[in-house]
Write a protein that binds this ligand. Structure first.
Ligand code: NGO
Length: 478
């Protein structure tokens, strides 16, 4: 019932019976967060905290005997004597634990608790397995973001892309520019109260994510999608007049005044601050739908930002429109416009650039599931579970293969979503589907098998209080 489907799994040998007096043995050098993550899962099913120490039936090995499985790979063996998890890196071991958690029955459903004999050897197809969360259209407090991180980490996703700024809100405190959050942070779509993260809040999110092997990729969307900043600081506008705060959902109308000293100073301060707060290697600069920026200015601007990001020791990510300029070797371009002829990604690829695959008609989980979905959009079509699942990133754009692709990312835009329950309803079950697209070998994937595995996750989501879409495509138990 494992999602994402492991690259190899065979049932062999005798089953293991898990009893309440089970112990977990892990070398002293193994990350205690990983051991506790596992201990908690075992306690949930046995009702008793497992003993940690020598001679346990569950063992964690690092480095384990995991030939050719890379830094994210792991091995998991269940035999009569116990369960063995091995990896060459803590990250791989963390993924082994996520797999074991899914193999355990729901608390209270099985007595005795037995796991069939099996051997799993597993590693991901792509290194970039991302989830984007838009905290700009509606603001979500730190505790919601942490809960979202738990959700994505459970499915072995490793990137949380936070869309931190847009026309309707600026959500990250920037030293020297207090009005960005005092004014720009006070709005949200539909007139809600907004909110923002202090540097401390942001660090807390990053640290929480890192404990779960998730890297935060912050997005500061420029030069369009900037009304919140333009309302906060008059000097960012070419006419020197502040814009009115915006709470609608139109796109493509705002632009920084390019080439002005105030804009240059703003950009330098913002990129330096965000780079300083972000231990991960990437900063996303948006770059999408800059319809209010003259094309020549746009190109010069993106080149300048690319240099600035690199001068701050980071690599740049941008939405597919940044393909208008040649990418630096470490720049990543995020493909999303599945509804128009995809010339831009091809230009990037011809220039040696790599793509993150976020085609709107598969990965934009802000779309409705079907006509009965109350919230969400339809401009990229309805996205039922099968639509999110049944595609091959390497067969999506003519001329683009796995050589040109670093991975897959879901995108949860929040113009119509304002509560954690709503986020979860749009995320489940499409996020597990996309996690499998990003992790599992194409040849091992089929929707019928996925649907059966997915159905078994419903009770777990219910126990965790996760609202999910009871898709008619899935054989839910009840
Ligand atoms: C577009 C747009 C966003 C919208 C989203 C959903 C990109 C990259 N820019 O995707 O501003 O929120 O669609 O409608």
């Amino acid at each position: 019932m494992v999602i994402p489907q492991p690259s190899s799994l065979s049932y062999e040998g005798r089953p293991f019976t898990l009893t309440p007096d089970v112990a977990i043995s892990a070398g002293a050098h193994i990350d205690t967060a990983i051991v506790h993550n596992l201990a908690k899962a075992v306690e949930e099913v046995t009702g008793k905290p497992p003993r940690l120490g020598e001679g346990g039936a569950i063992t964690l090995e690092l480095p384990g005997d995991t030939y050719d499985l890379g830094v994210e790979g792991y091995e998991l063996t269940v035999a009569e004597g116990g369960v063995k998890l091995g990896a060459v890196s803590p990250r791989g071991l963390f993924y082994a634990v996520q797999t074991l958690r899914q193999l355990l029955p729901e608390p209270g459903t099985a007595k005795p608790i037995t796991l069939p004999g099996m051997k799993i050897r597993d590693k991901p197809r792509y290194g970039w397995r991302g989830a984007m969360l838009d905290v700009a259209r509606h603001f979500f407090p730190v505790q919601d973001v942490k809960r979202y991180i738990d959700h994505i980490a459970a499915y072995k996703m490793n990137i949380l892309h936070l869309h931190l700024t847009d026309d309707q809100g600026w959500r990250l405190e920037i030293e020297g520019w207090p009005r960005l959050t005092e004014v720009g942070g006070r709005t949200a779509v539909g007139g809600g109260e907004g909110g923002f993260y202090t540097a401390e809040d942001y660090r807390e999110i990053v640290a929480y994510a890192r404990e779960r092997f998730v890297e935060v990729v912050p997005e500061i969307d420029v030069p369009g999608h900037t009304n919140a900043a333009l309302a906060a600081y008059a000097e960012l506008n070419c006419d020197g007049k502040p814009r009115e705060p915006y709470t609608g959902i139109e796109v493509g109308f705002s632009s920084l005044c390019l080439g002005s000293p105030a804009t240059d100073r703003f950009l330098a301060d913002v990129v330096r601050t965000v780079a300083g707060l972000t231990p991960g290697p990437y900063i996303h600069i948006g770059g999408d739908e800059a319809d209010a920026t003259p094309p020549d200015d746009y190109r010069k601007f993106i080149e300048k930002v690319q240099k600035l990001v690199r001068a701050n020791g980071k690599s740049m990510v941008g939405w597919q429109e940044i393909a208008a300029v040649p990418p630096a070797e470490d720049t990543l371009t995020q493909y999303w416009r599945s509804n128009v002829a995809p010339d831009d990604p091809l230009a990037t690829v011809r220039n040696g650039g790599k793509l993150i695959m976020s085609p709107a008609d598969k990965t934009y989980i802000a779309m409705k599931y079907d006509p009965s979905t109350r919230l969400g959009f339809t401009w990229a079509g309805y996205i039922e579970v099968r639509d999110a699942y049944d595609w091959d990133p390497a067969a999506t754009i003519d001329g683009v293969t796995d050589k040109n692709i670093v991975g897959v990312e879901s995108a949860l835009w929040t113009e119509t979503l304002s509560t954690m329950d709503e986020l979860e309803l749009f995320t489940f079950p499409r996020l597990p589907a996309l996690a499998e697209v990003a992790w599992s070998p194409q040849a091992s994937r089929d929707f019928a098998g996925f649907a059966v595995r997915l159905a078994a996750h419903g009770p777990r989501w219910t126990r965790l209080g996760i609202d999910f879409h009871r898709s008619p495509q899935i054989p839910w138990a009840s």
